[in-house]
Write a protein that binds this ligand. Sequence first.
Ligand code: NAI
Ligand code: MG
Length: 331
Amino acid sequence: MMRIALVEGDGVGPEVVQATVKVLVALVPDIELIELKAGLQCNKDTGQFLPDETVNGIMEADSCLLGAVQSAPAGTPGYRPVVPMLRQKLDLYANLRPVKPIVGDGPDMVIVRENTEGLYVGEERVEELEDGTKAYVAERRYSDLGMKRICRFAFTYARDNARKKVTCVHKANVMQVTDGAFRKTFGEVSQRFPKLRTDELFVDAAAMFIITDPARFDVVVTTNLYGDILSDEAAGLVGGLGLAPSGNIGEVHSFFEPVHGSAPDIAGKGIANPTATMLSAAMMLKHQDKVGLAEQIEAALRECYAAKEVTKDQGGSLGTQEFADAVVKRL
Ligand code: NAI
Ligand code: MG
């Protein structure tokens, strides 16, 4: 039996998770779902943004599906960005972000983003300068272990998934100590995977090539900030954020979530596209070695898209839950 934790979160989070639960329950009738809370609404209800109960509940489950968490306004007491904190607490060092259209030709790349270090370690401070003004400082930290394991993850993923090339994206020309170390580690790890081709790009050039020549990318490995930005950019090539799934993966724990956030501009209207969350659930099933079940979700989604039974952001007329019903019908 599979025990899956659910963290619906804020905004469209509950809408896309509930739509995905319809699909999961239809596919795995004896699935055990454990509802946990995190985010802004959770803070209103419990006084905490990320209760220990939620972290422990995810650890005890086989895996977890997360909707989205809305950020609190700057200066909110006790607040730290919830999703990055969860990644750090569960030591989910790899963020896997596939970029591929559901139907038709297009790019087919996987961005492997380092998920616990870099500029998102959350160490920001304000310094008083001698002239009475202030400077706003953020620390950026890469550890030997952190760089080695993310590069290994990318190469191992490439090998196990019949990929051919791994591209390292960095900015070592300017950030010579930090990104220079990332680039060097990539080169060292690559030696152990002689069958895979390697490539490297500065992040600014990579941002352009994702648009002008996406076919040059296969597996991309990069740091936390660059991976965050490039994966949203790449999602724009394959139908937008409503279609982009992701997995947060560590040695022991994992959670899967759409790349998008809480989408406050469309929350509560019943129009959010749950495809990204359904694809994230398929990634979750693959991670549990239930490849056949994952492929059933992907096939049902492909059929819906081919038949234009899709949500408004994709040119269709279905609402979030209607789309879920259409997917369930095609399972
Ligand atoms: P967003 O990803 O929530 O939305 C960006 C744009 O994409 C919006 O126009 C939105 O309507 C559209 N969009 C997003 N998901 C969609 C879906 N499923 N179907 C159709 N359209 C969709 O990013 P935004 O607006 O920058 O951030 C909103 C909040 O979400 C912020 O508080 C941010 O911090 C948070 N956030 C949370 C993330 C997480 O929980 N992992 C990730 C990214 C942002
Ligand atoms: Mg992002």
